[in-house]
Design a protein around this ligand. Structure first.
Ligand code: SF4
Length: 474
């Protein structure tokens, strides 16, 4: 592993020891899973809308360069200024230059995963600009000086009591209360003042429509609408894959997104932004800027198999159903995008040298694939990245960076055992006889027994049981 690599194993091991965190996640994920299941109870309807959603995303990706040009042309026609950034550094520099031109000191932000990818808050702070998250979950993690732990519910790792303590500690006028309505009201009062005085509003983009030059934003709290309409300047940041072809593509994707993410048929607000304030209009910003970020996406796009990663509509359902994410939580991934989608996206964006552990943070159970509303073959891509981590290829940065001699020997031994019926029968018979006698502290076994009970080996092999029942070996 390279020096700059992220240590998922260490972070997840620490998370597994944290009973409070595990409890918070278990409760939250169980709730989300069952609420989502109600939304898609009709299997035929789920299959239909899912096929439609996947085809919208596939069609958009098949014409991506053309649609991006069209989006730029139509946004420009509408008065939205479009900027292109190849890297997060370039995107940050573009945002800063707009801020400096208008002499901005305070920014209010709606929720945006791309701005997390850019580490925009820290960057602006370095340049003397206060950047305040206005989504309640993002506001909470910002107060806590932490990262979001989920792409839809950034503060899902915390319970009410923890949030109550945090507010008391960090907000001057706060009285201690565990009443959710009072906590929300307190955050609202703090944010209201900031909306009124902010120089710039920043938001993400859920979808950008090429044929009309429209930016779509879904949200529940109204903070997105405040951030994009009250300050005189609005800057929207998006990854280049967020484009769709037509306005009629928006409803099926929104329906899949909101039902998969928060189990709502539709969110409280759906914002469709098409231009800055026009003459005679009473509200809206005077300037709108759209920053379109590449950050490795065009490399992903160039590979037909990996390109499927870019279909993602960031609903978070794969996380809620992932047996790894639901045990260790989002912070263990130390990435803006955790869970299954993060495990395939991050290594492609930042390279396997740094993110090579993430494709291994997967049991290959396929739960994410079955739940993904746009049918991304996450597990197949995970397998491809695991293979690239060992065999040098040219599509993913750092391919071959995790080829270690010891691991290669283990896999060679496994494949030899598995390929020979005799060797396989000998190995399983040995485990049936001696497996239970192995101490839980054995180096390899310890990885498992650290946080779980030691597995019990059956005292007869499957072959032996089959023979007893008169089933012949084939
Ligand atoms: S990979 Fe699929 S399930 Fe996961 S966030 Fe993206 S669209 Fe949702």
């Amino acid at each position: 592993m390279g020096e700059t690599s992220i240590n998922f194993a260490k972070a997840s091991s620490a998370a597994l020891q944290d009973q409070q965190l595990r409890g918070n996640f278990r409760r939250a994920m169980d709730g989300l899973m069952s609420k989502r299941a109600v939304q898609f109870a009709d299997t035929a309807e789920w299959n239909g809308v899912r096929t439609l959603g996947a085809s919208v995303r596939l069609r958009a990706l098949s014409k991506l360069p053309e649609l991006l040009e069209k989006l730029e042309a139509n946004c420009t026609k509408n008065g939205i200024q479009v900027h292109w950034a190849s890297t997060t550094d370039e995107a940050n520099a573009i945002v800063l230059s707009i801020m400096q031109r208008v002499n901005a000191k305070l920014v209010v932000k709606g929720k945006s995963m791309v701005s997390e990818e850019m580490h925009l808050n820290a960057f602006l702070e370095k340049h003397g600009i206060e950047s305040l998250e206005s989504d309640l979950g993002e506001y909470i993690v910002q107060l806590d000086e932490a990262m979001p732990s989920h792409i839809i519910m950034p503060a899902i790792h915390m319970n009410t009591k923890q949030i109550a303590h945090l507010f008391k500690q960090k907000i001057k006028e706060a009285e201690y209360t565990e009443d959710v309505a009072q906590l929300t009201d307190l955050a609202r009062r703090v944010l209201r003042k900031k909306f009124a005085t902010a120089d710039v509003g920043i938001s993400g983009v859920n979808m950008a429509v090429a044929e009309t030059g429209t930016l779509c934003l879904v949200e529940n709290e109204g903070n997105g609408r405040m951030s994009t309409t009250v300050p005189p300047v609005h800057i929207a940041v998006m990854g280049l894959e967020k484009v769709v072809e037509k306005l009629e593509d928006v409803p099926p994707v929104i329906s899949l997104l909101t039902r998969s993410a928060t189990a709502q048929p539709i969110t409280t607000y759906v914002n469709m932004i098409s231009s800055p304030r026009k003459e005679g209009e009473k509200d809206g910003p005077n300037e709108i800027h759209l920053v379109i970020l590449d950050n490795g996406r065009s490399g992903i796009y160039a590979d037909e198999e990996l390109r499927n990663t870019l279909r993602c509509i960031r609903c978070g359902a794969c996380m809620n159903h992932c047996p790894v994410y639901t045990k260790v939580g989002g912070h263990a991934y130390q990435a803006p995008y955790p869970g299954p989608i993060g495990s395939i996206l991050m290594p492609q964006v930042e390279g396997l040298e740094k993110r090579g552990e993430l494709p291994h943070a997967c049991t290959m159970c396929n739960a994410c694939v079955e739940i993904c509303p746009v049918k991304i073959p996450i597990v197949e891509i995970m397998g491809r990245l695991r293979s690239e981590a060992v065999h040098p290829g040219d599509a993913v940065r750092g391919a071959g960076s995790h080829a270690s001699k010891a691991e290669a020997m283990v896999w060679k031994g496994w494949s030899m055992t598995y390929a020979s019926p005799l060797a396989y029968q000998f190995a399983t018979a040995l485990l049936a006889k001696l497996g239970n006698a192995a101490p839980a502290s054995l180096p390899l076994l310890k990885e498992w027994t650290n946080v779980r009970a030691k597995p019990r080996f059956a005292n007869r092999t499957l072959h032996a049981l089959a023979r007893e029942k008169g089933i012949p070996d084939v």
